[in-house]
Design a protein around this ligand. Structure first.
Ligand code: B3K
Ligand code: ZN
Length: 865
């Protein structure tokens, strides 16, 4: 396969104004008749070249005359014509039940469903399957009435009828122009939950949620979340929904989280269904976030879409930023910010350090589905956030308003967005645009000097970005770097002769910057990168006293948390490098700081819970040049044990204080459960005499999944027999519910056990496991590869081999899912030479496969270079 380059973009040779589609649904032989109104775009005599893949072409007619002199290959249908405006009718045949890729039209769990982004529409019909061809669609669906009472597509229902043979039909019309990737069709037998929303201009919007039969009660949270999202977008961005109906369908077989098809979102049921018994607080949170995300796409993605797929971050970075703001407004801003930053530090920094490094606007793509990444999404959102910081709340809103004023109904570029932000505010973003083309994680090194005699304090900021696999040369970026200086009382120092200090922000644009503050009586403590104002790493030689000072006094809650994490990291790395000579003084000061954090539990429980948690192995891995797997893993465990044992009384007291009534998903109770389960986990890790009793009591009395799962997660650190017993009971109770069983699968796959590789096959042959279902695959294989540190990275290479075996199996079932779970293998660069070799060996084995999908070819080839 050949890569497409961003620089090769050309406007389409033809445009399509209207599409009429007729579907005759059948499990093995679905017929699709697509009639398009086409016009030549400009003066040229090139043929009409349509995309099409894995479908059977039945017939082609141009202006109602059948034609046969077209040329056809595996990917394209070319038609030579001299007409400049014409009607093209294409009939295709599809086998939806054979389609395990879950892209295009597929049949699963008794229902038909489509997924077209990025390039799945071409698996339905021959078409100009690119986002800059926008058309209006009419869609008529025929299917058996009894089995498929609900026939859905985008827009408004404009007709329906009944045939004598038991089939019925429904016709839909979408009044908005849209690219083919936003097309959707669903047919099945569902339970339907309805509600309505009155927009700010007084229009009534019908809300419809389609779920599996019997799951109606689990839909209320999703509907409530949707209404919150609709109200929030009106309030914060002045954006109102534009159709009279908004449909959401939950399906069990889905490659990702959800899809923002116009007026007809399709969701992974994991991000819709919830009740207290079966869903955790995190599930409730994620449902609200994903429902919000897809809803926000209606403006940022659907009304204004991407010109080409290299611009994906135009809609994804912006929409992630919007969903992050929404979630922050719905609950605790600091807790949300911490979550966002953890994703960047655990996964995006790792991507930058790997063979898959790419800018938020990639330059070269073989398989577009490989670029729905943490870089495009989450770093993309950080880039939008930096503009928000530079422009301010009002400036940002003005920019977004201008963006819609200019581009509503069009397919545009990231540059168009930035230009609108600049034009609306007169803030020069020329240099800032480099964030779109430069990949990698910048490092800002900060040093300082203090001259006691004159009271002069100088801070020096130096930025540099290490080369990445895709790009050797790096330039200085425009970085909004927030900071403050704390005096010994913990007050933030101000000095109106130093504008950066007053603004608590310096805009770094060159390799080096310096600022000087005079007249200080003592050396201040700099609190750096407040609120994580840019997606960079910071290096400053903090003493542990300074970190403790920031933990107590920074005016920025995020930075208080961040300092706590630096302190833990320091302890863990110090123990990992010198396990035999622990730095007692450092550990003591850490323990003093930790014991102080307990005092926050009443006033700021969300922050307290985050501060009392040590950094993940993934975060720690990105802080070192070479990951020493066992040493780092055990050091992290030891520090947690130290915190657990040294403060066992505090943990017990904290546990006992978290009293909640019957389950409710509200901020106070969520915080309490979080602190309760965190305490429980430390009590078990610290081998507290009460641990077993508490585990069993909580397991027996829990009226909700958060507390039940909290028990299992904590029990991992306790006696094996007890853990096994609890897991057994859990499975007995939940084996009928696949979404809950996924949690059980994931816990199993993460277990720290020497025989883990003998246990995984048992999970994979579990009667509820299926390689066809992405949620199951992610729970077992994904959890193992991403999070089972000792198992996956076993020094005999068995973990790598195990994953590779299954990637080869998945290659022929679902290439998108295979290409996702291969990620940990593509991140070999930071491991020791022995492991690097073992990981590359498995990558090479995969590369040898003669029938490898484009998805895997792209990732494997890059990784082996
Ligand atoms: N836009 C979709 C993702 C499509 C992924 C295609 N492989 C969901 C989202 O970001 O909202
Ligand atoms: Zn999205």
């Amino acid at each position: 396969p050949v890569a497409k380059k961003r620089s090769d973009y050309q406007t389409p040779d033809f445009l399509i104004s209207h599409v009429d589609m007729v579907f005759h649904l059948d499990v093995v032989k679905t017929r699709v008749i697509t009639t398009s109104q086409i016009t030549r775009n400009g003066q040229h005599d090139r043929p009409l070249v349509l995309d099409g893949e894995s479908i059977k072409l039945v017939s082609v007619a141009l202006n109602e005359d059948a034609i046969h002199d077209y040329s056809l290959n595996d990917e394209q249908l070319s038609i030579q014509t001299t007409e400049s405006t014409f009607t093209l009718c294409v009939e295709t045949e599809i086998n939806p039940s054979e389609n395990k890729t879950l892209e295009g039209l597929y049949f699963s769990a008794g229902a038909y469903c489509t997924q077209c982004e990025a390039e799945g529409f071409r698996k339905i019909t021959y078409f100009l399957d690119r986002p800059d061809v926008l058309a209006k669609y009419d869609v008529t669906i025929f299917a058996d009435k009894e089995r498929y009472p609900h026939l859905l597509s985008n827009g408004n229902q404009i007709g329906k009828g009944q045939l004598d043979d038991g089939r019925h039909w429904v016709k839909w019309q979408d009044p908005f122009n849209k690219p083919s990737y936003l097309f959707a069709l669903v047919a099945g037998d569902f339970d339907l939950l309805t509600d309505n929303f009155i927009t700010q201009s007084g229009r009534n919007v019908l809300l419809e949620l389609y779920v599996d039969k019997g799951a109606l009660d689990k839909g209320h949270h999703a509907i409530a979340s949707l209404k919150k999202a609709m109200a929030w977008d009106e309030e914060v961005f002045g954006l109102e929904y534009d159709l009279d109906i908004y449909m959401v369908v939950a399906v069990d077989f889905f490659n990702m989280g959800a899809m923002e098809n116009k007026g007809l979102n399709v969701f992974n049921s994991k991000f819709v269904l919830a009740d207290a018994q079966s869903a955790t607080d995190d599930d409730f949170f994620n449902i609200e976030a994903v429902i919000g995300h897809e809803y926000f796409h209606n403006w940022t993605g659907n009304r204004v879409t991407c010109r080409d797929w290299f611009q994906l971050s135009l809609k994804e970075g912006l929409t992630v930023f919007r969903d992050q703001q929404f979630s922050a407004d719905m609950s605790s801003p600091v807790f949300n910010r911490i979550k966002n930053v953890q994703i960047i530090r655990e996964h995006q920094f790792a991507e930058d350090a790997s063979a898959m490094a790419h800018p938020i606007r990639p330059e070269e793509v073989i398989e577009m589905n490989n670029f729905y990444t943490v870089t495009v999404y989450d770093k993309g959102a950080e880039v939008i956030r930096m503009m928000h910081t530079l422009l301010g709340v009002d400036g940002f809103r003005k920019g977004v308003d201008l963006y819609f004023e200019r581009f509503d109904g069009q397919a545009v570029t990231c540059d168009d967005f930035v230009q609108a932000m600049q034009d609306a505010t007169d803030i020069d973003l020329t240099h800032f645009r480099l964030w779109y083309s430069q990949s990698g994680t910048p490092k800002v090194t900060v040093t300082d000097t203090f001259e006691q005699s004159s009271g002069r304090y100088t801070l020096t900021f130096t930025q540099s970005t290490p080369p990445t696999a895709d790009q050797a040369q790096k330039h200085a970026l425009h970085i909004p770097f927030k900071f403050e200086l704390l005096d010994q009382q913990g007050m933030s120092i101000s000095d109106d002769s130093v504008p950066e200090l007053e603004a608590k922000m310096i805009e770094l644009t060159q390799a080096k910057h310096e600022i000087t503050v005079s007249g200080l009586s003592e050396k201040p403590t700099p609190s750096l990168l407040l609120n994580f104002s840019a997606p960079v790493k910071v290096d400053y030689p903090y003493s542990h006293q300074q970190l403790s000072h920031i933990i107590l006094h920074s005016s920025d809650e995020f930075s208080r948390w961040d300092a706590s994490q630096s302190l833990y990291s320091r302890c863990i790395h110090s123990l990992a490098t010198a396990p035999d000579s622990p730095d007692e003084e450092l550990f003591d000061s850490m323990l003093v700081a930790v014991s102080g954090m307990f005092e926050l539990a009443d006033s700021n429980p969300a922050l307290a819970a985050a501060m009392l948690s040590v950094p993940s192995f993934e975060t720690l891995s990105q802080q070192v040049d070479e990951i020493q797997v066992e040493a780092l893993y055990h050091a992290q465990r030891s520090i947690r044990n130290l915190i657990a044992t040294s403060l066992s009384e505090k943990w017990l007291a904290l546990y006992n204080k978290q009293i909640t009534g019957p389950y409710q998903y509200d901020a106070d109770d969520v915080d309490k459960r979080r602190l309760r389960n965190l305490s429980l986990s430390y009590l078990v890790q610290g081998d507290s005499p009460q641990a077993s009793e508490l585990l069993l009591a909580q397991f027996a009395s829990a009226d909700n999944m958060t507390d039940s799962l909290g028990v299992l997660k904590a029990a991992q650190y306790g006696p094996v027999d007890q853990f096994d017993h609890l897991m057994f009971q859990f499975e007995e109770r939940w084996r009928h519910d696949p979404l809950v069983l996924d949690k059980w699968f994931a816990l199993h796959a993460n277990m720290e056990r020497s025989d883990i590789l003998a246990r995984l096959p048992l999970l994979l042959s579990h009667e509820k496991f299926s390689l066809d279902n992405p949620n199951r695959v992610r729970s077992v294989l994904g959890s193992f590869a991403f999070y089972n540190v000792l198992g996956f990275h076993a020094i005999d290479g068995s973990g790598y081999q195990f994953l590779a075996d299954y990637i080869l199996k998945l290659n022929s079932v679902n290439p998108q899912v295979a290409a996702r779970i291969i990620t940990p293998l593509t991140q070999w660069q930071k491991f020791d030479p022995k492991r690097q070799e073992l990981m590359r060996y498995q990558l090479a084995r995969i590369a040898d496969c003669k029938t490898l999908s484009k998805d895997l070819i792209e990732k494997v080839t890059k990784s082996l270079n």
